[in-house]
Design a protein around this ligand. Structure first.
Ligand SMILES: Nc1nc2c(c(=O)[nH]1)N[C@H]1C(S)=C(S)[C@@H](COP(=O)(O)OP(=O)(O)OC[C@H]3O[C@@H](n4cnc5c(=O)[nH]c(N)nc54)[C@H](O)[C@@H]3O)O[C@H]1N2
Ligand SMILES: Nc1nc2c(c(=O)[nH]1)N[C@H]1C(S)=C(S)[C@@H](COP(=O)(O)OP(=O)(O)OC[C@H]3O[C@@H](n4cnc5c(=O)[nH]c(N)nc54)[C@H](O)[C@@H]3O)O[C@H]1N2
Ligand code: SF4
Ligand SMILES: [Mo]
Length: 897
């Protein structure tokens, strides 16, 4: 029997509602929930593919594992053994070295209930504020700026504003890929009313920028100069709202003198854009009936990210583009529960329900609510410092939950060193193939999406229920449960038992109810919410006070802010260049970000072939002029070198980036390539207020690297099992990348020569033994080694090492599964005329309908328009994630002739 469970997508902060279909304990399908106010039935390519990610248990963490010594492998143990081991070790370290000798590094992908328990465990029970989260890499600057400007965290806006805005300013946001359903809604609004203006501020011409009326391709890191220049123009042209400023704000005069020097001409020059464009943007924004800004990592991930946020908020306050429909500074949250984490105070610098560590009254009130003596007044260490302290030995033990710092932290080699040096590392994970799992002394298997219950809050402050559609796989347990079990044990060992036990929770609902109590009479008051109400009436926005009928869609509509005097604050934002200075040795600016179909470290999206096909290999985007000057063409491998480290990547010349700027996707890591990914070279410098690292900017140089020995390989079978088998070999090559294609694993690698013994290990990992079914060819003198495995007349796998000229033919043969025509011996000789050396598989643009770039281009060449593409090929008709790209392809063809 098929059951349908209403839940929420586990990826981005849009927070789309999903309907999960399940039968016999397996998830069989996922659809958009037509009744969810965020998406009204829509899903993007990642959401559409959710069921596939849950299909197989290969690669899931299914049992607790423990190792008694660093040099020994972990072994499976029963839960009580694992729980005792963690509790005992944490308690012992706290007794010997004090509470600040342990740390928790958690995640905006936890549910609010999970998050709440971890925060209470660290701050309430152990007495340390050393609990930080990957939100430090993500939302911290936005939080800090909201608090500075408005007196409280949280966006004043809501999704309804998407349809009401007259001017939309995207700043450092590639919403077309990162928040696709929000983008779909904006697209529909603009299609219905083409007079709506879009401005995009992004150094790259992203799919978002390609749709803009005005794209400001600023130099990375120059946003403050841009916003100050826009404000200068608005002030001197009289486009600010003096009455609003006088009545509802503080600090305008100081700001006015601070932006005096930012004339449009000077600001435009600093940003590397045309002065007219800056002025145009200012006028469209300031004179608009409703200007909405949507911003994300291009602002936050900066060594002056708080100032970037504040400079943008200044524009909104000065022109009264806030507190009314369609207007306001809308920080798009990245993770599904970045907001919930902020609500429970799950960071090193905050306390539960928007309380402050630095505020004695807040600490006392919370201690009382929790029934503990006192809370530590010492702020905990934020992410970057936390791992530094682990490396230095001042923190002895870390418990990592639902995040993969060995991949996602800046300068990740240092993080790996820290994990290596740490006395005790606990990793609580749903999947085993991540870069952090190898460091775990204890691996705690977590129930994952589709298997757990609780709540999340999306970008517009809307709380949705997450519900389990099936039982947890194997012995995996919900994150809150694991935390509660260990907390109780630590409580016992530290002999901190109280009259009322701190962790008496038996359900997520009990946790939610306690969290609710902590929010009462505060800005995020959810006193009127309950699971029953959410179940009955669907997702709700906070604040939602007791006795009220509904939440608040927009905040500060009466011009009263959450500061003591009710006035918002202007802050004179200082323009500063990025921390990692450009010079003759490191002349290029490297930025990084998301791809449409991958999610972070790929532990989930990297499980399905469909999501690889839009971008099958890691790449380094470079301006064609910069590439030509260095004699580089598409696919050439280069070393990308920064002051911290290096990695090898294939270049992709494209004028989507400006000259002097490079872009690499953040996703690839040691599970799929030969290095830890782009964070080998990124900069751990942080913003002084938000302590968020500058992941969006590193000064680098690139050098060509001659790696004449190439490998191309493919193997049919359980691709996830094959990936796990081949992954340990990747690091031995200067360059290697894996991709998954349904029941196929694809490998490409390159080096100066074959690493010793490597090929034999590869043959074993790919299960390509010598034998009757295997055709082999070896030429030691020329360094050639080739193998193909046959079943009947069909090639089931091959390795070409040394040179890979036949790769295309063989990839095609393995993919098609059709019998090989011609003699077996011809496989290593065959190379049809016109074939290039290693053209990757055709790029698939439409993931839902599996329509390739070539098919679309052919249709466009025959004169197909955008609507005709949809009717003739079907592309862009399901989730819509590819529509911007389709439109771009049509436009490019039209311009090109
Ligand atoms: N497909 C997909 N979607 C996701 C995620 C994912 O992994 N995959 N992750 C989610 C998460 S956690 C997050 S935080 C969001 C992130 O969502 P976004 O922030 O929209 O995504 P990014 O690609 O990281 O960065 C956005 C843009 O910032 C630009 N940028 C770089 N430097 C600067 C600068 O100095 N100024 C300006 N103005 N722009 C700059 C980059 O060129 C990039 O296009 O996405 C969420 N959604
Ligand atoms: N260079 C560069 N680096 C970046 C960024 C960038 O733009 N550029 N962006 C930064 C940002 S904004 C973010 S948010 C971070 C994200 O970085 P991470 O947090 O490291 O990213 P994920 O891969 O999503 O990690 C989540 C982990 O939790 C596991 N997991 C999934 N479900 C569950 C569950 O229910 N319970 C438990 N316990 N585990 C689960 C997944 O398998 C995965 O390994 O990356 C940051 N790093
Ligand atoms: S936009 Fe896509 S990834 Fe984000 S919540 Fe919706 S379906 Fe999930
Ligand atoms: Mo994020």
């Amino acid at each position: 029997m098929t059951t349908v469970t209403r839940s929420t997508c586990c990826y981005c902060g849009v927070g789309c509602g999903v309907l999960i279909e399940a039968s016999d304990g397996r998830i069989t399908g996922v659809r958009g929930d037509p009744d969810h106010p965020a998406n009204r039935g829509l899903l993007c390519s990642k959401g559409m593919a959710l069921a596939d990610t849950a299909r197989s248990t290969t690669g899931r963490a299914l049992q607790p594992e423990l190792r008694v010594h660093r040099d020994m492998p972990r072994e499976a143990v029963e839960w009580p053994v694992a729980l005792d081991a963690v509790a005992e070790r944490f308690a012992r370290i706290v007794e010997q070295h004090g509470p600040d000798a342990v740390a928790f590094y958690v995640s905006g992908q936890l549910l609010t209930e999970d998050y709440y328990v971890f925060n209470k465990l660290a701050k309430g029970l152990i007495g340390t504020n050393n609990i930080d989260t990957n939100s430090r890499l993500c939302m911290s600057s936005a939080v800090t700026a909201y608090k500075k400007a408005f007196g409280a965290d949280g966006p004043p806006t809501c999704y309804d504003d998407l349809e009401r805005a007259r001017t939309v300013l995207f700043a450092g946001s590639n919403a077309a890929w990162a928040h696709p359903v929000v983008f779909r809604r904006l697209e529909a609004a603009k299609a219905a009313d083409p007079s709506i203006r879009w401005i995009v501020v992004d150094p790259r011409r992203t799919d978002t920028a390609a749709m803009a009326d005005l794209h400001l391709a600023i130099e990375p890191g120059t946003d403050v100069a841009l916003f100050n220049g826009m404000l200068h123009h608005l002030i001197w042209e009289g486009l600010v709202d003096r009455a609003y400023i006088d009545e509802h704000t503080e600090g305008f005069d100081a700001l006015k003198s601070a932006v005096r020097t930012f004339t449009p001409a000077i600001a435009a020059e600093l940003c590397g854009i045309a002065e007219e464009d800056l002025i145009q943007a200012a006028v469209w924004f300031g004179a608009s009936d409703a200007a909405l800004s949507l911003y994300s990592m291009g602002l936050n991930q900066s060594s002056h990210g708080t100032d970037k946020n504040l400079a943008l908020i200044n524009l909104h306050l000065a022109t009264r583009q806030i507190g009314k429909p369609g207007a306001g500074p809308f920080s798009l949250t990245g993770q599904p529960n970045a907001m919930g984490g902020r609500e429970v105070g799950g960071m090193a610098t905050m306390l539960a329900a928007h309380r402050d560590i630095g505020n004695a009254a807040d600490r006392e009130e919370l201690a009382q609510l929790w029934g503990v003596q006192a809370l530590s007044a010492r702020p905990g260490l934020p992410a970057v410092e936390m791992f530094e302290a682990l490396r230095a030995g001042t923190i002895k033990a870390v418990w990592i939950v639902c995040t993969n710092p060995a991949h996602s932290m800046p300068d990740n080699a240092r993080v790996r060193e820290a994990l290596d040096k740490a006395e005790f590392v606990v990793v609580q994970e749903a999947f085993t193939q991540t870069d952090t799992v190898p460091y775990a002394d204890v691996l705690l298997p977590a129930a994952s999406w589709g298997e757990k219950d609780g709540t999340v809050t999306n970008s517009e402050r809307r709380i949705s229920r997450v519900r389990a559609a099936i039982d947890a796989q194997g012995d995996a347990k919900p994150d809150w449960w694991i935390a509660v079990q260990i907390a109780r044990r630590i409580e016992q060992r530290l002999d901190r038992q109280r009259e009322a036990p701190l962790f008496a929770f038996d359900t997520p609902e009990a946790i939610f109810n306690e969290h609710r109590r902590l929010t009462e009479n505060r800005d995020l008051d959810i006193g009127g919410l309950s699971y029953a109400l959410l179940d009955e009436r669907g997702p709700q926005q906070w604040p939602f006070r007791a006795g009220s009928e509904q939440g608040e869609a927009r905040r500060y509509t009466d011009g009263r802010f959450a500061t003591d005097d009710g006035r918002a604050r202007f802050h004179a934002a200082r323009y500063q260049p990025p921390a990692d200075a450009i010079n003759a040795r490191f002349p290029l600016r490297l930025t990084s970000g998301r791809l449409r179909d991958q999610w972070h470290g790929m532990s989930r999206t990297g499980r399905i072939g469909r999501l690889f096909m839009h971008a099958p290999e890691p790449t380094l985007d470079i301006h064609p002029g910069d590439a030509a000057r260095r004699g580089l063409s598409e696919g050439d491998l280069v070393r990308v070198i920064s002051r911290r480290g290096e990695l090898v990547l294939p270049v992709r010349p494209t004028d989507d980036v400006r000259s002097g700027t490079l872009f690499a996707p953040m996703h690839w890591n040691a599970q799929f390539m030969s290095s830890g990914g782009v964070n080998e070279v990124t900069d751990p410098a942080v913003d002084p207020d938000s302590l968020q690292p500058e992941l969006k900017h590193a000064a680098v140089r690139i050098e060509p690297v001659a790696l004449p020995w190439h490998v191309a390989a493919a193997r049919r079978g359980d691709a996830l099992a094959l990936q796990a088998a081949v992954q340990p070999l990747l690091g031995a090559c200067r360059y290697a990348a894996l991709a998954i294609e349904d029941d196929l694993l694809i490998l490409r690698a390159a080096d100066t020569a074959a690493p010793a013994g490597w090929l034999d290990r590869l043959y074993a990992a790919l299960d390509l033994p010598s034998g009757d079914d295997t055709l082999e060819y070896r030429d030691a003198r020329r360094g050639l080694d080739k193998r193909a495995l046959w079943r009947e007349n069909v090639i089931h796998g091959f390795v070409l090492a040394g040179e890979v000229r036949q790769a295309d033919t063989l990839f095609a043969a393995v993919r098609s599964g059709e019998p090989w025509r011609g003699s077996r011996l011809s496989v290593f000789a065959a190379r049809r005329a016109g074939e290039t050396a290693s053209a990757p598989r055709e790029r698939i643009v439409c993931s839902c309908m599996q329509i390739s770039e070539t098919q679309i281009q052919a249709a466009i060449a025959r004169g197909a328009s955008m609507p005709e593409l949809k009717t003739s090929l079907g592309c862009g008709t399901v989730c819509g994630s590819c529509v911007t790209e389709l439109r771009r392809m049509c436009e490019t063809a039209a311009i090109g002739g």
